[in-house]
Design a protein around this ligand. Structure first.
Ligand code: KG4
Ligand code: ZN
Length: 349
């Protein structure tokens, strides 16, 4: 099944054409074409994504991106999938309207379906080379039950995944998402948006044990997270240290200490989730999974607990349309009701 996917839930405009084969037992994804246009520089002066600006940029980017995308004659898709949620509703609408027009004008006989952004992030773990290898050897089944950790700018979710047909939420953040905390702390430190990569780079020069920031909800018996207190602790630390904390070395220490606190909580909860559910693998995905310290720590969790570890190749951690195609393929195979073509900002996984 050849899927043309469109993603506009936040500040990335993305298109992909993905050849999906193998069914639910051994799904394989072969990317025929892929494009992502980041709006980071548009939102940077505001220190975060402005929904109406995002909508306008998507409306501008989509036709431009599609022209580049279709410059090499592309085969007709069997299915068009567009992200309908969760995300910023004005941004989602831009994608949905574009998808409808594209279908009407270019592919009138091709079905158009709504896609869930979080299912895309979840499916993106199957883009890991190791998952592709297992699918090719029909050994993908051995990875279940699995625990999935989705860490992005909008979400921090732990799932217990019994198969590609069913999963259940174990816990999620009660306030800020972990990526949001990275972005906000970056802003406090005067780093550019998006903050995640900037914090990671600065943290590499700092001491992760320099400031004993809190590890919110580290020892609670549930699988929920909270990152707003950690962010506030950084703010208080900056205020109390004053000018001193604004020196380059002090900032690097703060970035490293903040990152270490966030990573410790993610790792501890993932460890407990794997042990408690008897999971055979850990799937890590979402924009924050691009962080090498996060990735290394979660890979170590998998090793310690005897689980396999799957995380997407670097370019498929942050928002992209390849993961949307992958998620849409699995949903199509599961059957059941389609997702309405209506923006749904708070859609759950
Ligand atoms: O998945 P994503 O592209 O969009 C959402 O669905 O939210 O994730 C974006 C988030 C942002 O908060 C960004 O700062 C964070 O992922 N991020 C990182 C890194 N790269 C992106 N956070 C930490 N370290 C990184 N290297
Ligand atoms: Zn995302």
């Amino acid at each position: 099944m050849r899927i043309l996917a469109i993603e506009t839930s936040c500040d990335e405009t993305a298109l992909a054409l993905v050849e999906c084969t193998g069914g639910l037992r051994a799904p394989k994804f072969s990317v025929r074409a892929e494009l992502v246009a980041s709006q980071a520089s548009t939102h940077a002066p505001w220190g975060g994504v402005v929904p109406m600006l995002a909508k306008r940029e998507h409306e501008k980017n989509l036709p431009r991106l599609y022209r580049t995308f279709s410059a090499n004659t592309l085969p007709t898709p069997d299915l068009i999938a567009v992200t309908v949620g969760p995300g910023l509703e004005p941004a989602l609408w831009a994608g949905i309207e574009f998808a409808k027009t594209l279908r009407k004008t270019a592919f009138p006989r091709v079905p158009l379906v709504g896609a869930n952004h979080l299912e895309g992030h979840l499916a993106s773990a199957l883009l890991a080379p190791e998952a592709a290898r297992r699918a090719a050897n029909k050994k993908l089944g051995e990875m279940f039950p699995a625990v999935a950790l989705i860490v992005s700018g909008g979400h921090t979710i732990l799932l217990s995944v019994s198969s590609l047909r069913s999963w259940k939420k174990l816990g999620e953040t009660r306030d800020d998402a972990v990526g949001e905390a990275f972005d906000k702390v970056a802003k406090m430190l005067g780093l550019p948006y998006p903050g995640g990569p900037a914090i990671q780079a600065l943290a590499a020069e700092g001491n992760p044990m320099a400031v004993p920031f809190p590890r919110p909800m580290l020892h609670t018996k549930d699988f929920d997270f909270s990152f707003s207190g950690l962010k506030t602790a950084v703010r208080y630390h900056l205020a109390s240290e004053g000018v001193e904390a604004r020196r380059k070395k002090a900032k690097a220490d703060i970035a490293a200490s903040f990152q270490a606190a966030a990573v410790e909580v993610l790792a501890a909860k993932a460890t407990r989730a794997i042990r408690q559910t008897g999971a055979r693998s850990l799937l890590l995905s979402g924009g924050v999974a691009a962080n090498t310290v996060v990735r290394t720590a979660l890979a170590a969790v998998a090793k310690e607990t005897g689980a396999l570890f799957f995380a997407p190749p670097m370019q498929f951690n942050t928002d992209n349309a390849v993961m949307i195609a992958a998620g849409a393929y699995l949903r199509k195979l599961r059957g059941g009701r389609g997702v309405p073509l209506r923006a749904n900002g708070t859609m759950s996984v």
